[in-house]
Design a protein around this ligand. Structure first.
Ligand SMILES: Cc1cc2nc3c(=O)[nH]c(=O)nc-3n(C[C@H](O)[C@H](O)[C@H](O)COP(=O)(O)O)c2cc1C
Length: 341
């Protein structure tokens, strides 16, 4: 097993441990819909279909980026991909770096022939490998879009992480201008604030995924793998660094630019997805909650997607909203408190 494969396997095992879930999800609980005692609609007519990258999807849910495939994670990817195909929801791959570096075949397309698939590379890998690396990532899985992940805090916490982030924005800009496929950018649990969002939008990035604080905590995961006492002490104050997913959605909604937003980071059920849509997101990505079902079977993942979808529908029923467009206008309780988030 190579060092990257070993690291990925440790990540999977640590991510399953609930102690690496941040406690910042309370912000989701602050978003309360006004309950509607007379919905005057039939639950069966609630429609949560949506379009993403020009494709019709059954729900505004994306299976969040987790593994790029290789060994153990191949099984996880296979179960996620089969479920994504059955349920007609998009799937984001985890970093393809290991598979590309090791020259491994990426079989994901054969399990998900008609699914919207997003490739994935890290910002610093892109700065190093350039547009050619991006092309390889896209072609190897016939991707519908390429997601670039930005994770400076994770890299600082990781043993031998990348500390040189020069040239990342420029590399993203080149991808946007040279590749004829949408480029999406995400964080991994710290959030993309308004300043970074403005820079990214000016490069031609089409979609931003918030990946805010409140879900999987990559700082504690990396520090659990870091044997240096000194490094662990340096990084201790940064364990709660970041903007919550709700804060990111609020802040970005104030930008003048037209935005395509995917909400993520601590999205744990369909009520959270509905909250994200109400706050301006077009889709919501969920990562860690799909991990355990994916280790089990594709049908366990299907079941999870169906439950989340049903929770979105029931939120809409309880607010009397029949479509996602209508959900965006649902009344919230105590909106003055939300401004303080
Ligand atoms: C096991 C695991 C592996 C991950 N690997 C990647 C990755 O390779 N690339 C990436 O962009 N994000 C990766 N992520 C981050 C997620 O896509 C997501 O941004 C983050 O975990 C927050 O979402 P969550 O709270 O729903 O887990 C990973 C998450 C998990 C749980």
């Amino acid at each position: 097993m190579t060092d990257i494969q070993k690291r990925k396997e440790e990540h999977l095992n640590l991510a399953l441990d609930q102690s690496h879930q941040s406690k910042g999800g309370e912000h989701f609980d602050e978003i309360c819909f006004e309950p509607l005692a007379i919905p005057e609609i039939d639950l069966a007519s609630v429609n949560i279909e949506t379009t993403f990258l020009g494709h019709q999807c059954s729900a505004p849910i994306i299976i969040g980026a987790m593994t790029g495939g290789c060994d153990y994670s191949d099984i996880i990817n296979k179960n996620l991909a089969i479920a994504a195909e059955v349920c007609r929801v998009p799937m984001a791959l985890g970093s393809q770096r290991a598979s590309l570096e090791l020259g491994l075949p990426q079989k994901i397309r054969c399990w998900a022939p008609s699914t919207v698939l997003l490739g994935n590379l890290g910002g610093t890998q892109l700065a190093f490998g350039g547009t050619d690396l991006a092309k390889q990532a896209i072609e190897s899985i016939e991707a519908d879009g390429l997601m670039i992940h930005l994770n400076p805090l994770q890299e600082l916490s990781q043993p031998n992480g990348d500390h040189n982030w020069c040239g990342v924005l420029n590399a993203i800009e080149k991808c946007c201008s040279q590749l004829n496929i949408p480029i999406l950018v995400k964080e991994v649990g710290v959030g993309i604030g308004p300043t970074a969002a403005r820079h990214l939008l000016s490069t031609g990035v089409e979609w931003l995924e918030t990946a805010g604080f409140g879900g999987t905590n990559w700082t504690t995961i990396e520090l659990a793998r870091n044997n240096s006492y000194r490094e662990r002490e340096i990084m201790q104050p940064f364990i709660t660094w970041g903007m919550s997913t709700c804060e990111v959605l609020f802040e970005l909604s104030k930008l003048d630019e037209p935005l395509n937003l995917i909400a993520s980071g601590g999205v744990r059920h369909g009520l959270d997805v509905a909250r994200c849509i109400r706050l301006g997101a077009k889709m919501a990505a969920i990562a860690q909650p799909f991990l355990s079902p994916a280790i089990d079977s594709s049908s366990a993942v299907v079941e999870k997607i169906e439950i989340v979808s049903e929770q979105i529908k029931r939120t809409m029923f309880l607010t009397g909203k029949i479509s996602l467009e209508e959900l965006k206008e649902a009344n919230l309780l105590r909106p003055q408190r939300l401004k303080k988030l």
